[in-house]
Design a protein around this ligand. Structure first.
Ligand code: PHB
Length: 410
């Protein structure tokens, strides 16, 4: 990295200028894992994020890591905390018609997933960057990305102390999440956005209560979907299908528990263990993909390029897969073969569309469409029965949920 020096040009004054091969917009799990993998290959990066570290750490996100993603984090030296503090889940439960049906991942496909919250993945990655001397700036403002159509793109931002910074790079990666500013840099007449909206959202809670089940429970009911997840022995994460315009503040603890209990009730007498609701949020979601994922010297990764409904727990896993591929091709490109980057979109998108299908499928399988008829409900029960009644049906779900080995989709 060159030492900081003041400069001025047609885009205005900056106080510091540094040069690194790769500048990264967004220091969530995707941006930080990319920085980590490039760092291991001897490639320096600067990553920036508008959020403070504390803000990212206190935003609750999904909790499931597929086997390959967990292996990447452990084997590349980010975290062995997953193995010590994560919970290995060898299956999930599907509940419908008031009964439980276990999908045994280990038996069906010989894999498990890890319940390890995204915030913990972020903390491990941020700690690993600190440990390895990587450069990450949180709490930035006024981000600008310039000259992406040239081979000298620049990233500019203002630090929390008001200092204006510029990084000159060979490539800029937009890993700036679902409200990405980087994806807007692909000119409108050169990009395609594929999207699907859903007429429902998730009401997510953190509750102080013991675990109600040892594994995740995905519940279908005539009243709508519910998901029972866990965090610790005394704090649980649960969701239920709600209206996208629901106001979380309008829901009392009582109303939340009554709703959740009705969605998991059944002839087996299953009941959730209740406790004070510590947090409540309404989470809207959609399916979205923007192509191309490369524009000149700009590459998009993770939620900046695609988002999925949370039902299949694919979002974080897809983001981590994107940057694993991206790190590989960037190292080749920086070695002189720019054409290596042409492979990125093909390899990333293949998995993205498989995951789009799975997330869409799980969503429509388990949620009640507003205004749906008794036919719709019975047809869903028929589909669920097809999934759990044959080994082929259960294996289909297990393969998708545990993720596809990288070698199968690349
Ligand atoms: C979670 O624990 O937050 C979670 C787990 C599985 C999902 C979505 C969210 O599909």
């Amino acid at each position: 990295m060159t030492s900081p020096s003041p400069t001025a040009d047609d885009h205005g004054e900056v106080d510091t200028v540094t040069e690194v091969p790769v500048a990264i917009v967004g220091a969530g799990p995707a941006g930080l894992l990319l920085a980590h993998l490039l760092g291991r290959a001897g490639v320096e990066t600067v990553a920036i994020d508008t959020r403070t570290r504390e803000e990212i750490e206190s935003t609750h996100r999904a909790g499931i890591l597929e086997a390959d993603a967990a292996r990447t984090l452990v084997e590349t030296g980010v975290s062995d905390r997953i193995l010590r503090e994560g919970d290995e889940h060898a299956g999930i439960e599907l509940r419908f018609g008031g009964r439980a049906h276990r999908i045994d991942f280990q038996d069906l496909v010989g894999e498990s997933v890890w319940l390890y919250p995204q915030t913990a993945v972020f903390v491990d990655l941020a700690d690993a960057r600190d440990r390895d001397g990587g450069t990450v700036h949180f709490g930035t403002s006024g981000t600008e990305v310039l000259d992406v159509e040239s081979d000298r793109p620049r990233m500019r931002w203002t630090g929390p102390d008001g200092t204006r910074h510029e990084v000159r790079a060979r490539y800029v990666v937009g890993a700036d999440g679902s409200r990405s500013q980087c994806r807007e840099l692909v000119p409108a007449d050169h990009r395609t956005q594929h999207a699907r909206e859903y007429p429902f959202a998730w009401f997510g809670i953190m509750a102080e209560a013991p675990k109600s089940a040892p594994e995740l429970v995905y519940a279908h009911s005539e009243h709508g979907f519910a998901l029972i997840s866990q965090r610790t022995e005394s704090v649980q994460r649960m969701y239920f299908q709600c209206d996208p315009d629901d106001d979380p503040a309008a829901w009392s603890d009582d109303r939340i528990w009554t709703t959740l209990q009705a969605r998991v009730a059944g002839e087996d007498g299953f009941r959730l263990l209740e406790g004070p609701v510590l947090e409540r949020t309404v989470l809207r979601f959609r399916s979205f993909v923007q192509e191309p994922m490369r524009w000149g010297s700009l590459l998009l990764a993770g939620d900046a390029a695609h988002t999925v409904p949370p039902t299949g727990a694919r979002g974080l896993n897809l983001a981590l897969h994107d940057v694993t591929v991206l790190a590989e091709v960037l190292v080749e490109a920086l070695g002189g073969t720019d054409a290596a980057l042409d492979d990125y979109q093909r390899r990333a998108l293949r998995r993205v569309w498989r995951a789009q299908n799975f997330s869409y499928w799980m969503t429509q399988l388990l949620h009640a469409a507003p205004g749906g008829s008794s036919f719709d409900l019975r047809r869903q029960l028929g589909e669920l029965d097809n999934v759990v009644s044959t080994r082929a049906g259960r294996t289909y779900l297990a393969e998708q949920y545990t993720g596809w080995p990288t070698r199968d989709t690349d």
